[in-house]
Design a protein around this ligand. Structure first.
Ligand code: 13P
Length: 250
């Protein structure tokens, strides 16, 4: 069975006291599902979060990372820096990084390589914009994003890749893709991985998360779809009770 994952992307929210409060609340929650649980605080609070969650079944992950090993990249954070504060998984390619910080498929391919070289797991995000869906180009856009950033990888790299389909029009808007839209895209992604490159075993083993306005009241329907292996949660992950309702929706 594929790994089920529910990851909270806290984005640029929560200063240190707020991070401490949210983590205290997370520690009070009870997990009744088999899903792996992850949270992604801002860089400055990663080490605190890692220490505070030590011994709990919640992995602390990063929201981004630079592709260079080190050097003159003011304001950036490297893979080894993340590893040194306990981080083993990094989100790459979030649509906000692509849109506001001009991250290209080419940059992302390099970031993925660097993360894997450092033995990190990658949650690779991609997804179409509303105009792409309206013009029926959404599958082509997603296919291109995945191929450009990931299809140079050798077979064995895929054990460290988690995919996250996040249609841009559903992020922070309250407008969720329907469970059927999510399932259709996830099945298409799996088919693309199988037929265009890697074969059925790799395609069947990669976890594909859905992200975009997942809430306690819609998580169960979305997670019930056969090719949806979990969620990447923004707004609802900032509340511990809501987040664990989503975790326990499996
Ligand atoms: P929302 O859940 O707030 O729509 O955000 C989704 C997201 O971007 C997670 O990475």
């Amino acid at each position: 069975m594929r790994t089920q994952i529910v990851a909270g992307n806290w984005k640029m929210n929560n200063d240190l006291p707020e991070t401490e409060a949210l983590i205290s609340n997370l520690k009070r929650q009870t997990k009744t599902s088999h899903a792996e649980v992850m949270v992604a605080p801002t860089f400055v609070n990663l080490y605190h979060a890692y220490e505070a969650l030590r011994g709990f079944d919640i992995e602390v992950i990063a929201q981004n990372m630079h592709f260079a090993d080190n050097g003159a990249f003011t304001g950036e954070v490297s893979a080894s820096m993340l590893e040194s504060v306990g981080v083993k998984t990094v989100i790459l390619g979030h649509s906000e990084r692509r849109a506001y910080f001009n991250e290209t498929d080419e940059d992302l391919a390099k970031k993925v390589d660097t993360a894997l070289k450092n033995n990190m797991r990658v949650i690779f995000c991609f997804g179409e914009e509303l105009a792409d869906r309206k013009s029926h180009n959404h599958k082509k856009v997603v296919e291109t994003q995945i191929k450009n950033a990931l299809f140079h990888l050798p077979d064995d790299a895929w054990k460290s890749i988690v995919l996250a389909y996040e249609p841009v029009w559903a992020i922070g808007t309250g407008e969720t893709a329907t469970p059927e839209q999510a399932q259709e895209m996830h099945a298409f992604i799996r088919k693309t991985i199988e037929e265009d490159a890697y074969g059925i075993d790799i395609a069947n083993n990669v976890s594909i998360l859905y992200g975009g306005s997942v809430k306690p009241n819609n998580a169960k329907d979305i997670f019930s779809k056969p090719d949806v292996d979990g969620g990447l949660i923004g707004g609802a992950s900032l509340n511990a009770e809501d987040f664990f309702k989503i975790v326990n929706a499996f």
